[in-house]
Structures are given as structure tokens and as C-alpha cells.
Design a protein around this ligand. Structure first.
Ligand SMILES: [Zn+2]
Length: 97
């Protein structure tokens, strides 16, 4: 059985790729881009539209945002010698970028 690129693949629905859960096939984006696109939900709750190909290759395992957020959160409350991390400084972090 051969499939055309961009064809809906029902077996993709409800599958997990890293932190992403495939919610549904995105008809509109798939039409536009001539490939199969799916609406995915990340563990953090954010939704993202990704191509089936991107999901299968494992290049994208989360929405991308929460990875940064989690890194920030992991630091909070940690001790480094005599220093205790209290919070993330959004303003300064943006300046140095
Ligand atoms: Zn996320």
C-alpha cells in the first residue's frame, strides 16, 4: 500500500513524539503546504502545528518554548556555594541575548 505525501494518516492521531501528543490532522495547513500537518499538544499545554515528517524524524520533541522554561525553573531554588537562585531575571536575560 503506497501513500501520497500529504495524505492523512489516522495512525498518527493520539501518538506521542517526545513531549508532543498528536491531537488531530490539520486539514488547512496540509492543503496549503501540500504535506501532512498535525495539530500537536505539548506536555506544557502549548499547541503547535507540525508536519508528520518532522514528528517522525524526531527533530522536534516539544513545543520548543517549555524547554527553555524548564531550564529556568530547574535553576530556581538551587544553591551554588553561598548563592541561592531566587528567580529568573527576564529583563537581564533578554539584554545579554
Ligand atoms: Zn511545551
Amino acid at each position: 500500500m503506497s501513500r501520497k505525501l500529504g495524505q492523512k494518516q489516522p495512525e498518527m492521531i493520539n501518538r506521542k513524539f517526545g513531549q508532543l501528543l498528536v491531537l488531530s490532522y490539520d486539514e488547512e495547513t496540509s492543503e496549503q503546504k501540500k504535506r501532512a500537518y498535525y495539530l500537536c499538544q505539548c506536555n506544557c499545554g502549548a499547541k503547535k502545528i507540525l508536519s508528520g515528517n518532522t514528528l517522525r524524524t524526531g527533530r522536534t520533541k516539544s513545543c520548543g518554548r517549555c524547554q527553555i522554561d524548564r531550564k529556568r525553573l530547574e535553576m530556581i531554588g538551587r544553591r551554588f556555594g553561598r548563592l541561592l537562585v531566587l528567580s529568573y531575571d527576564e529583563e537581564k536575560s533578554n539584554q545579554t541575548r
